[in-house]
Design a protein around this ligand. Structure first.
Ligand SMILES: Cc1cc2nc3c(=O)[nH]c(=O)nc-3n(C[C@H](O)[C@H](O)[C@H](O)COP(=O)(O)OP(=O)(O)OC[C@H]3O[C@@H](n4cnc5c(N)ncnc54)[C@H](O)[C@@H]3O)c2cc1C
Length: 312
């Protein structure tokens, strides 16, 4: 349960508010504004604010006095051109702010993206909730042999049950010790008035990485797309990808033309090295090319064949 009834009521109250504005708004994004989109077992991502739309990208690219938009097909063509040729600054004219609830180990990957503005929930100031991420059994897998950073086949039922039991047990025990050290209940009252509790900033240090934290995360559209190109990619860890996929859906609502260009040129596209391109040219000329004669390493060859959808 990611939200308490009080939190849900706060969101509903905010959703009920209306403000008159001259600024561009996007009805499809307004529809889900403030609403949490679930990710993992207790997490969510929700849009709490945004600035600009596809029109703002076009307006900046044309350095226009008004909205700068023309026919839909012309605007889409311009956005495609900007995306294709990495003319990035017009996309920086749009901003979006998310509220994210995520396990600490996911936050450690996420925070590597330095181009956002972040404000995290303070575990020096507040007590962290008793919520920790436990993967669904289908996400418990063995170490991949092919990719040192990935996972392979799903664990058998017995092994998965044992792993889940250990994860749950460790998290429960660490959280119980956290509360014991704090000597505070969730309302800040002493559990045992006869003894001192440890400061929150110290008691938190034994909490495991699967405990949930929260932050507000604000970023411009260009850097958001960079984040999503890395974190919605199949090479990214499943847990951060779960958030990236929810965020992709918000981008599609917010800036549908930019999303279409991004899906085409980045998510669905591929980048070729000079050697890779030479292989494709030789194949198109009817030559049978093998890895040995390609000038590519075995790994590069496998990756190129995967991009081309061919057997290695
Ligand atoms: C699949 C995967 C595996 C990874 N594995 C590891 C790992 O094993 N170990 C590890 O430490 N990290 C790892 N990372 C993190 C990765 O190396 C990057 O730190 C992370 O993806 C952020 O990328 P970024 O720097 O491009 O993004 P951002 O910080 O969002 O920056 C966006 C762009 O802005 C520019 N920029 C931002 N700040 C600076 C700066 N200070 N100087 C110069 N240019 C800047 C760069 O052009 C950068 O590409 C991994 C990431 C992925 C997606």
């Amino acid at each position: 349960m990611p939200l308490s009834p009080e939190q849900e009521a706060e969101i509903e109250a905010q959703r009920a508010e209306r403000a008159e504005t001259r600024r561009a708004t996007v009805p499809a994004l307004e529809e889900i504004l403030y609403q949490p989109l679930p990710a993992l077992d207790h997490g969510f991502v929700r849009v709490v604010d945004y600035m600009g739309d596809d029109g703002a990208v076009v307006q900046a690219a044309r350095v226009s006095y008004g909205r700068g938009t023309r026919r839909v097909s012309e605007d889409q063509g311009l956005i495609n051109y900007l995306m294709r040729h990495r003319h990035t600054t017009p996309f920086e004219m749009c901003e979006i702010k998310y509220h994210v609830k995520l396990p600490i180990f996911v936050a450690r990957q996420w925070i590597r993206h330095r181009t956002a503005n972040v404000n995290e929930y303070s575990a020096r100031y507040s007590i962290l909730d008793k919520e920790f991420y436990l993967p669904a059994p289908e996400h418990l897998a063995v170490q991949s042999q092919a990719n040192r950073q990935g996972r392979g086949a799903v664990l058998g039922a017995e092994a998965a049950a044992r792993v889940l039991a250990l994860l749950r047990q460790d998290a429960e025990q660490c959280y119980a010790h956290y509360v014991e050290m704090l000597n505070e209940d969730e309302d800040g009252n002493a559990i045992d008035p006869a003894r001192d509790g440890l400061a929150r900033e110290l008691a938190r240090m034994n909490l495991p990485l699967n405990v949930y934290t929260q932050w507000y995360w604000k970023i411009d559209l260009h850097n958001l797309l960079h984040f999503l190109s890395l974190r919605a990619d199949p090479h990214a860890q499943y847990e951060i990808r779960a958030y990236a996929e929810a965020m992709l859906a918000t981008v599609e609502r917010w800036v549908p033309m930019t999303y279409a260009a991004f899906a085409d040129y980045r998510l669905g596209g591929a980048q070729l090295s000079a050697k890779g391109l030479a292989v494709v040219r030789r194949m198109l000329a009817g030559e049978t090319v093998g890895q040995e004669s390609s000038g590519l390493s075995k790994r590069e060859w496998r990756e190129l064949m995967a991009v081309l959808g061919r057997e290695g």
